[in-house]
Write a protein that binds this ligand. Sequence first.
Ligand code: NDP
Ligand code: 8X3
Length: 256
Amino acid sequence: MSKIIFITGATSGFGEAAARKFAAEGYNCIINGRRSDRLQQLADELTSTHQVEILPLVFDVQDEQAVNKAIDSLPEKWKAIDVLFNNAGLALGRDYFDEADMGDWTRMIDTNVKGVLFVGQAVSKLMAKRGKGHIINMGSIAGQEVYEKGNVYCASKFAVDAISKGMRIDLLRHGIKVTCINPGAAETEFSLVRFKGDAGTAASIYNGIKPLSGADVADVVFYCSSLPDHVCINDLSITCLRQANTVYFNREPAKP
Ligand code: NDP
Ligand code: 8X3
C-alpha cells in the first residue's frame, strides 16, 4: 500500500518541491495551502504524471478551527498519515525591532508557531492511534542564530526548534519520529513574500551565491523520511556552499 505524506504550504517553494519528490517516489500526498487554484493545478499535474493519489486541502494554518475541521473530515483512508511535512510559514519584513510592524509580527507568530502547533497536534493524534509516524518540522538556521532585523522571524524559528524538541520527547511513547530541518538561504517565493512583492530586494538576497533550491531541500526531507524505522534524524541544518550561517556569506563579486 502506498504511504501518505501531508504537506502544508505546498503551493510553492519547499512544500511544492516536496510534493513533486514524494509523488515521484510513489507517495499519496495531501497538499495544503490557501491558494486553491495552485493546489488543484499541482494535484492535476502530479496525478497525471505519477501513479499516485493527491488530495488538495485548502485551509489557513493560522485558523485552529479550520485546521481541525479539515483534518477531522479527512476520509478514513487518508488519516493513515505516515509523514507530516509541517512546512507552511513565512517571514514578513526585515526591520529594526523598534521600527517593525506589529501586524507582521502577529502573522509570523500565528503562522510559524501557532500553525505548526495546530497542524502538529491534529496530525500527531492520528499518528498516536497508529503507534507510528514521522513529523518533519520546518525550522531554519534563523532558529539557531539571530541576525540584525531578524528579531521576530528568528524568534518564531527558535520556537519551532523548541517545539520540535518538546514533540520528540512527548511523542516518543507513541513511536513517532520528529525531525527539525533548518535550511539557510533558498530561492523560493520566501523573499518576495518577506519584502512584500519588491522583486529587486528579494533577488538581492541571492546576489553572488547559488542558493539552495526547493528541490535541494525536498531531497533532504525525502532522505530523512526514508531511513529505517529505528533511525531518526533529529535536527538537520543545510546551507548552500557560499553560506556559513545566517551572517557569513562568501559572495562572488558582481561581474563588471
Ligand atoms: P514560499 O513562500 O515559497 O512558500 C511558503 C508556503 O507556505 C506557500 O505554499 C504558502 O501557501 C504557505 N503558507 C504561508 N502561510 C500560510 C498559511 N497561513 N496557511 C497555509 N499555508 C501557508 O516559501 P518557502 O518554501 O521558502 O518557505 C517554506 C518554509 O520554509 C517556511 O516555514 C519558511 O520559514 C521556511 N524556510 C525558508 C527558507 C528560505 O530561505 N526560503 C530558509 C529556511 C526556512 P499559500 O500562500 O498558498 O497559503
Ligand atoms: C530563512 C533563512 O536566513 O533568511 O529562514 O532567515 S534566513
